[in-house]
Design a binder for this molecule. Structure first.
Ligand code: ASP
Length: 338
C-alpha cells in the first residue's frame, strides 16, 4: 500500500465557525476522521504545520513547507497539502519552482466549505487528492472540484462556487471521475527532486489603471528588485504619466520590470503595439507571455535569489519550468508566431 504524508496548513477545509467568522481549527488527523474509508487505498501519516487562513500565508511559510517535504521525501510515495483556497495558486506556483523535477506527486487541495458543514466540497477534494497522490502524477498540482491543474497554471477564478480554480493557458491534467483518474495530459517526470529554499521576496506587483502616473511605480521600484506591471491587453504602458522614463531610470539602477496582462487568458505579446514595443525593444523589459501572474511573481522570487545578472535573469525567466510557459516563447522569439 502506498504511503502518503498529509500536511495541514489551515484554510476553510479545516475551519470552525466562531462569533467572528470562520477560523482554521481542525488538524490533519481530525480532517482524516471525516473520510475514514481512505485507509483502504493508502496509508496516511499526518503533520500539522500551521492553522492559517491562507490570507496570512507568506513566502516564509512556503520555505517551511518545502523543508517539510524535503525532510520526508524519501519516506513517502506522495504528499497531500491542505491549504486555504485564497492563496493556494500562489503556493502551488511557489512550490513548483522550489521543488522541481519531483517524480512523486505533491498535491495541493482545500475547499470552499468547511469539512463539518452538511454541504461541503471538503470530503470529495480530500478523497480525490489522496487518490491522485497514489498515482503517477509527478510534480506539483492542485486537485479541486474533480479537476487536476498544474501548479504553475492555476488561478482562483471563483470566490464561492466549488469550481474555484481554472487552468490558465494550459489544459487540465485530468479529472477524477467516480474515484478514477482520467488523464488528459501526462507531465514529464524528473529523475529526482531538486529543492530550492532561497527566495528573494523583493518582488512586487502593480495593476495599471487608466489615468495613473508613475508615482506608485517609483515607490515600488524603490522598495523592490523587480516590479511586475499588470498592464492592459497584450501589454504596454500609457504614453502619458512618465512610465517609460520611470522604467528606464530604474533599469539603470539594476531593477527589473516585467510586463504582464490583466486579461486572464492568452497572455501578453508586447511587440504588437507601439505602447509595448518600445519597452521591449529599447529597454529589454521582460514579459510574461502565457504565464499566470502568480507564476511570474514566484518565478522572479526564485530567480532573483540566485542571480541579479540581467542576462542570466532573462535566460532563466524565459526557460520553462514545470510547463509554466510554452517553450515557443523565448528571448530569441520576441513575437511568438504560429
Ligand atoms: N479564507 C480562506 C483561506 O484561504 C478561504 C478558503 O480556504 O477557501 O484560507
Amino acid at each position: 500500500m502506498k504511503r502518503i504524508l498529509l500536511i495541514g496548513t489551515g484554510g476553510t477545509i479545516a475551519s470552525e465557525l466562531t462569533d467572528s467568522g470562520l477560523v482554521p481549527g481542525l488538524n490533519s488527523e481530525q480532517l482524516l476522521s471525516y473520510i475514514p474509508d481512505i485507509g483502504r487505498i493508502c496509508h496516511i501519516d499526518c503533520i500539522q504545520l500551521f492553522a492559517l487562513d491562507s490570507t496570512n500565508i507568506t513566502p516564509e511559510h512556503w520555505q517551511i513547507i518545502v523543508r517539510c517535504i524535503r525532510e520526508h521525501y524519501d519516506d513517502y510515495d506522495g504528499f497531500v497539502l491542505t491549504h486555504g483556497t485564497d492563496t493556494l495558486a500562489y503556493t502551488a506556483a511557489a512550490l513548483s519552482y522550489m521543488i522541481q523535477d519531483s517524480p512523486k506527486p505533491i498535491i495541493l487541495t482545500g475547499a470552499q466549505k468547511p469539512i463539518h458543514f452538511d454541504s461541503t466540497d471538503s470530503k470529495m477534494n480530500l478523497m480525490d487528492a489522496f487518490l491522485c497522490a497514489t498515482e503517477e502524477l509527478p510534480g506539483v498540482s492542485i486537485v479541486f472540484d474533480h479537476k487536476i491543474i498544474l501548479g504553475t497554471r492555476a488561478k482562483k477564478t471563483r470566490s464561492k462556487s466549488f469550481s474555484a480554480f481554472s487552468s490558465i493557458n494550459y489544459p487540465e491534467l485530468g479529472v477524477v471521475r467516480d474515484g478514477t483518474l482520467l488523464r488528459f495530459v501526462r507531465q514529464e517526470c524528473g529523475q529526482a527532486p531538486v529543492f530550492y529554499e532561497s527566495l528573494n521576496t523583493a518582488v512586487s506587483l502593480m495593476k495599471l489603471v487608466p489615468g495613473m502616473n508613475r508615482d506608485v511605480l517609483d515607490f515600488l521600484f524603490a522598495k523592490n528588485d523587480a516590479v511586475v506591471v499588470e498592464s492592459f491587453g497584450v501589454g504596454g504602458v500609457p504614453e502619458a504619466g512618465g512610465f517609460y522614463d520611470c522604467i528606464e531610470e530604474w533599469k539603470k539602477r539594476g531593477r527589473f520590470a516585467i510586463l504582464t496582462t490583466q486579461v486572464e487568458n492568452e497572455g501578453s505579446d508586447l511587440g504588437v503595439y507601439h505602447v509595448g514595443y518600445r519597452l521591449k525593444r529599447n529597454l529589454g523589459v521582460l514579459e510574461a507571455y502565457d504565464m499566470t501572474t502568480e507564476a511570474v511573481l514566484a518565478k522572479l522570487m526564485w530567480i532573483l535569489a540566485q542571480t541579479k545578472d540581467p542576462e542570466k535573469v532573462m535566460n532563466q525567466f524565459y526557460t520553462p519550468v514545470a510547463m509554466d510557459m510554452f517553450p515557443c516563447f523565448n528571448s530569441q522569439n520576441l513575437a511568438c508566431k504560429d
